[in-house]
Write a protein that binds this ligand. Sequence first.
Ligand code: NDP
Length: 412
Amino acid sequence: MPKFYELSREDRIAQLLADARLSQAAATHLLANEPLPEATAAHLTENQIGQFPLPLGVVHHLQVNGVSREVAIAGEEPSVVAAASNGARMANLGGGVTGVAPDMHVVDAEIVFANAPEVATVVQAHRLQIFTVAESAHPSIVRRGGGLKAIHTDTTGQFTKIILSVDVQEAMGANIVNTIAEAVAAYLEATTGLRRLFAILSNYSEQTTRAEVTIPHAALATKQATGAHIAAQIALASQFAQLDVSRATTNNKGIMNGVSGAAIALGNDYRALEAGVYAFAASTGTYQPLSTWENSEGQLHGVIELPIQVGTVGGAIGALPLAKVSQQLAQITCVREEQEVLASLGLVQNLAALRALVGPGIQSGHMALAAGSLAISAGAKGSEVTVLTAQLQGKKQSLALAKTLLAQIRQQ
Ligand code: NDP
């Protein structure tokens, strides 16, 4: 029986349908490969002139918190889904990944004042009214059980800021929080004469999602090396990343290959997510890897910790039909689950990259998969792409070589 990656696109969708990973409507939508409706595209950007399709791949069977999930990734880098699937395979041999997201989904707003040391006292005096103003500004989020939960002040030099911590429930929360922050700022201006510099949410958060996995050595073995050797080398590489910013940066980029691509597939604002993640990596004052790996007693243990600012509703999520399909595939029922799946994906993506790095190197796998892009760049069309991609395997790939081989294929 062919493996999932060996199937045609249509057969993969049929299998996901048969396995109840997709509804009939979602399968039909995927098969049709339809662009966004014109009206949707026109309203999701200013000055719309077209649409920009990216392939949607799926990481097959990533086990997170005991549930096997299909995690969709939108992206242009050919090796990302292959590596994550390989990482998922190894993680599943260790029982899968365990993720824990924060209990409450809180986003902070900052209302900033310059040369106004009285802000802290004013906030104390108006505390109850601020809660009332926040509720009136966005009553629906309060009805859902969220809304403003805490108020703090903080002073740096000539600047004092009010920090409003808002429970945004299932939304990513930027608009909700901005609405509340501007209403509170306007109330304080009207009642106290203070003048704000600005009021806006922060994409920074120390509310992190944590995921971990324990993998038996045997699951890590390569053709050339034992699992015990690979595990020891991964642990060493992890130690190096904690000491070396250059390495930590690339380590974290690799993690975000999967996380950002899945966030896009889920209809989320991946810029907000990335801004928060990279700031968190530097939050101790020294840029750090988001993941750490330790080797002991026949097992490799990996942990990832990162803030994940996403939502399951709001923004463009409801307008993008594939976002709902991606939620269905990954069996995401709430924002906490979404955060746990994304963190787990980042961890297995990192595992696959590290195993390749300390083993055969990253290029053999990458170049094998990149041959398809090279073939298309050289001008291959239709079935030529498959033939040329096969011919490029194992060769020193270049655009010139791809064009030469393509010319030969066309002469046959
Ligand atoms: P929305 O403004 O869309 O607000 C959330 C929506 O989800 C509301 O309409 C809300 O309904 C609805 N909703 C339904 N169910 C729930 C639920 N259970 N919990 C919470 N909301 C629910 O989106 P956000 O406030 O999440 O803002 C996200 C958008 O803001 C993104 O598009 C992002 O790109 C953008 N943005 C990002 C910035 C940044 O990151 N710096 C800055 C500014 C904007 P109801 O109205 O009934 O409450």
